[in-house]
Design a protein around this ligand. Structure first.
Ligand SMILES: Nc1ncnc2c1ncn2[C@@H]1O[C@H](COP(=O)(O)OP(=O)(O)OP(=O)(O)O)[C@@H](O)[C@H]1O
Length: 234
């Protein structure tokens, strides 16, 4: 990650639901290329962090700067237009619509249906299933479709919430391989239970514990840090 000009600079971010605060003073940066992993046990606040960065939750304090401009209270749609792509943990595809229709919805907002072919080159398995209802896809295919839809928005920063959850091991490798390629072109923030995989994609990692950043550092240092297991233990 280039320290000089991060695409995302989060300072002392607090957030939560109603009156209940879940994130406490989270500071984090992501580069214009490369991967950032956010790790932590269930309930540590990883999804809450991504939702706040996507604009789905209003921050209770702190600041979010995206691509040099303040985004702390910017509407989700505006953030997406400016280049933040978000693949949420669930409900990321329209189950009743076909793969083709899902992709068209992703592309239409940018008037770039031509980009669908590029995305299908990226995940060729989807090309074989264009006419199939998205709700009948396997877990892995559904994740590929959700990632493809986000890519059609031409993000400069892609945030992924557990992209391999519920995915068969053979397909996990495929998704990891594609994300590994993507990270040379755009910034990636990956929340993942599959720690080895996340640290393979990431150059830098943050470990969350009870809504705070408990540990951070280069991915290969975090991998060998004896404190990591403590923060991941249930
Ligand atoms: N809609 C909500 N309303 C109230 N509290 C919530 C809501 N969603 C999450 N929380 C709480 O916020 C805390 C952090 O949850 P979050 O989903 O961010 O954790 P996580 O690290 O992503 O966990 P997981 O790995 O299980 O997805 C938890 O205590 C959770 O119960």
């Amino acid at each position: 990650m280039s320290e000089a000009s991060p695409i995302l600079d989060v300072q002392q971010l607090s957030s939560g639901y109603g009156r209940s605060r879940v994130l406490f003073d989270v500071s984090l940066k992501a580069g214009r290329s490369g991967g950032v992993a956010v790790l932590g046990r269930n309930g540590a606040g990883k999804t809450t962090l991504l939702k706040t960065l996507a604009g789905e939750l209003k921050p209770m304090g702190g600041s979010i700067t995206f691509d040099g401009r303040d985004a702390t209270n910017e509407a989700t749609e505006s953030r997406m237009r400016r280049g933040i792509g978000y693949v949420p943990q669930e409900h990321a595809v329209f189950g009743k619509l076909t793969v083709r229709e899902n992709l068209r919805i992703g592309a239409l907002s940018k008037r770039n249906e031509g980009a669908i072919d590029t995305v299908l080159d990226f995940f060729p398995k989807l090309a074989e299933r264009l006419g199939q209802q998205a709700g009948t896809l396997s877990g892995g295919e559904r994740k590929m479709l959700a990632i493809s839809r986000a890519l059609l928005g031409k993000p400069t920063l892609l945030m992924l919430d557990e992209p391999t959850e519920g995915v068969w091991v053979g397909v996990i490798e495929e998704i990891a391989d594609r994300l590994g390629k993507l990270r040379s072109e755009i910034g990636i923030i990956i929340v993942e239970q599959h720690v080895e995989l996340a640290l393979k994609i990431a150059d830098y990692a943050y470990v969350m514990d009870r809504g705070e950043i408990a540990l951070e550092g280069p991915a290969d240092q975090i991998r060998d840090d004896p404190r990591l297991l403590r923060y991941l233990a249930p």
